[in-house]
Design a protein around this ligand. Structure first.
Ligand code: IVH
Length: 699
């Protein structure tokens, strides 16, 4: 491959991987399977190895993905929380073993093999036997503090058993940290989904995302109701200086964890060569079907911790461990129909209705076909025998067609020319593969939009699930999100299946929507391409709806994490008449506020539990003047931040000015500040002060 082409491919891959990282870690809504994701990473790694001139320092191959969430305070980990290298082929295990033996110059290496739990990594710290800290992985260096949430798990106690020190070597420090994986059992997930169905809510798609979402609820009582479980697989000690140390082996850690009362997985095997490892993998793979929780592979670790230290780690993963990922479980079944599903943006997605078949612990009766081009390219027809799999155990997918099973009675389905719901013509955006309904008032689109608006990460209107939305639409009480704010108590109470109490409840939640954080409200609008992470970026840089509506797509594209495509989608959204009308309507019902709750620049936020603890910061009581242009922040956003932290902004430099923030090509004001001997800081120093200030207010 040519150098130029390689460079382009590297860039494309990095962009793709970063996007999927964001979807997986921050939005808990992956679009591709782990296997597909790993294939992208491998291709990138291969190219980076071949063309080292393209650098890897800030490549996604060099970093752990991040699930940091600005709504929680964050804290540094006592020791980096790494990820693991994935492998799919048994040959890769042999290569791992060879490397380990060579590095350790020993043939007496003992490995452990245990299940890889498909959940969310958590860390808990105990001092003198009491739980003092619970965290997520975050970006590996810093995690979100979710102590109260983790304390609600039945399997995490706030106190260790009375004689807990007996489980540890004599003379151990009194602080310990246990790390493991929180997860939802399949039984619990099914229970939750039954309840959600009764409540008219959408089902939780899979246990991992449900776990991630549950841990990030702001109300610990809600976390408690989810009924999460946890397995611990790592234990270390922390001394007074914050230095960490290990027990002698992984096996001893597991034994100590068990003695300390932590739940540990029952499957832990020792293996001293590749054959023995393989036997363990087979055993585990057979066990997999019978477990009440999802595992996506096995973890192979060098047992001795002194050897683990000697082997060390890359920025992303330890060299002493390897994840062996099981192939997605597959099943063969028949496509009974190809249905059309209309989403909230009007996109019509083909969905295969399948003859029900057992797959990875559940019965599967439908699978996504992604888009119509894909249907044509893979030539999936009604009546075809197909292989289905749960991509990384998410939504089932049609992997391939088995053409040899065709009898001639199968028939292809053409992309629809009309919307299956409202029968209006379909259209295709320029250059896009997605086919959509052209009717902004299509009932399916209206329902989808309302569902999205009410969803947890948007306006969090509890009790307004799919069934109730359909009822409101069918009775023509509500058409757009703005109509929700005009609902009358009596008209709700009169609906079949409703009463005054549920009407009051719903109205209370709707009434709170305008107080939702600005990023959540922006997300609620359902702008194509704007997920929760993008909404957060937009909210940070545009403190109110008006400034966002008038932003050019060029200005948007300059923001971190926002590419030209999303920038164009955002500005196109506001141009469309029906959207502009919706915004005006929402404004009329009081949904937008003059001063929105703008999220801080850094994820250290003081906003926990809805209450803000504001400490005195470096900014408090000082007069600031901004001059020149800033790279990472708009002026309005910078002003917001300063005011939030107790500072004041003025337009011109005088003797009363305390600090001048000088951006790029600052002019006269800077000169005047110099003359008056006023403190001048550049953008980097300003950002550092902001970061520190949010650290200070961090309760
Ligand atoms: S050991 C240094 N053991 O898988 C990393 N991880 O893909 C030590 N996981 O981040 C991790 N089950 O969240 C380990 N038995 C197990 C695991 C496990 C699940 C998760 C963990 C890790 C991720 C890596």
């Amino acid at each position: 491959m040519e150098r130029r082409e390689a460079g382009q491919q590297i860039n494309r891959l990095r962009e793709q991987i970063e996007r999927h990282d964001r979807l997986y870690y921050r939005e808990a809504g992956p679009e591709i399977s782990d296997e597909q994701y790993d294939a992208l990473v491998r291709r990138l790694r291969g190219l980076e190895a071949e063309f080292p001139e393209f650098g890897t320092a800030d490549s996604p191959t060099a970093a752990v993905g991040s699930d940091r969430d600005a709504r929680f305070p964050s804290e540094r980990h006592s020791r980096t929380m790494l990820s693991l290298l994935n492998s799919y082929e048994r040959e890769e295990i042999a290569a791992f073993d060879r490397k380990v033996r060579k590095e350790l110059a020993s043939d007496a290496v003992v490995y452990t093999v245990e299940p890889k739990i498909d959940g969310v990594a958590v860390a808990v710290r105990y001092r003198a036997g009491s739980l003092v800290l619970g965290m997520t992985r975050g970006d590996g260096l810093q995690g979100d503090v979710i102590t109260a949430n983790l304390a609600t798990l039945a399997e995490i106690s706030c106190r260790l058993p009375a004689r807990w020190t007996d489980a540890l070597p004599a003379g151990s420090p009194d602080t310990i940290e246990a790390r493991g994986e929180a997860y939802l059992t399949l039984t619990r997930l099914a229970e939750l989904n039954r309840q959600r169905e009764t409540d008219g809510l959408d089902p939780l798609a899979n246990p991992r995302n449900a776990t991630a979402g549950s841990l990030k609820r702001l109300d610990p009582d809600e976390v408690a109701r989810r009924g999460l479980s946890v397995f611990f697989y790592q234990l270390f000690l922390i001394d007074n200086e914050g230095m960490t140390s290990d027990l002698a082996s992984h096996t001893q850690e597991i034994v100590a964890l068990r003695d300390l009362g932590f739940p540990v997985n029952a499957f832990l095997r020792e293996a001293s060569n590749v054959e023995e490892i393989t036997t363990c993998l087979d055993e585990l793979e057979a066990l997999r079907q019978r477990l009440d929780y999802q595992i996506d592979g096995a973890v192979i670790k060098v047992d001795r911790t002194d050897w683990q230290r000697q082997l060390g780690a890359t920025a992303k993963a330890p060299r002493w461990g390897l994840a062996y990922k099981f192939a997605a479980e597959e099943a063969v079944t028949v496509v009974e129909q190809i249905n059309q599903q209309v989403g909230r943006t009007g996109v019509i997605t083909p969905v295969a209705k399948l003859r029900p078949v057992a797959l990875a612990g559940t019965t599967v009766s439908s699978a996504t076909l992604h888009n119509w081009e894909e249907v044509a390219r893979r030539d999936v027809r009604v009546g075809d025998t197909v292989v289905v799999a749960k991509g990384g155990d998410i939504i089932p997918q049609v992997l391939r067609v088995l053409p040899e099973k065709r009898t001639g009675t199968e028939h292809a389905v053409e992309p629809p020319r009309q919307c299956p719901v409202c029968e209006q013509p379909t259209e295709r955006d320029d250059g896009a593969v997605a086919l959509r309904c052209s009717n902004p008032n299509c009932p399916a689109v209206m329902a989808g939009r309302l569902r999205h608006f009410a969803s947890r990460q948007a306006c969090d209107i509890e009790g307004l699930g799919g069934r109730w939305i359909d009822l409101l639409l069918a009775n023509e009480i509500v058409r757009t999100p703005a109509d929700l704010f005009r609902l009358q108590r009596q008209e709700l109470a009169d609906l079949p299946g409703w009463g005054e109490k549920s009407a009051d409840n719903l109205l209370r939640f709707i009434g709170r929507a305008p107080q939702r954080p600005w990023a959540a409200k922006l997300f609620a609008l359902g702008i194509p391409g704007v997920g929760t992470a993008t909404a957060l970026t937009l909210a940070r840089n545009f403190p109110a709806i008006d400034s966002l509506m008038t932003a050019s797509s060029a200005a948007l594209a300059e923001l971190p994490d926002i590419g030209p495509v999303v920038a164009a989608q955002v500005s196109a959204y506001f141009v469309r008449t029906e959207n502009a009308r919706l915004i005006e309507d929402l404004r009329a019902v009081g949904f937008f506020r003059a001063a929105e709750e703008v999220p801080p620049l850094v994820s250290k936020t003081a906003a926990t539990g809805g209450e803000e603890t504001r400490a005195v910061t470096w900014f408090a009581g000082k007069n600031f003047v901004l001059t020149g242009s800033l790279e990472t922040l708009s002026r309005v956003a910078a002003q917001e931040q300063i005011e939030r932290l107790g500072g004041k902004i003025t337009g011109s430099v005088s003797r009363k000015t305390d600090v001048v923030i000088a951006g790029e090509s600052a002019g006269k004001k800077l000169a005047k500040a110099r003359k008056l001997g006023i403190t001048i800081i550049d953008e980097a120093a300003f950002s550092a002060r902001l970061a520190a200030a949010y650290g200070e207010t961090d309760g």
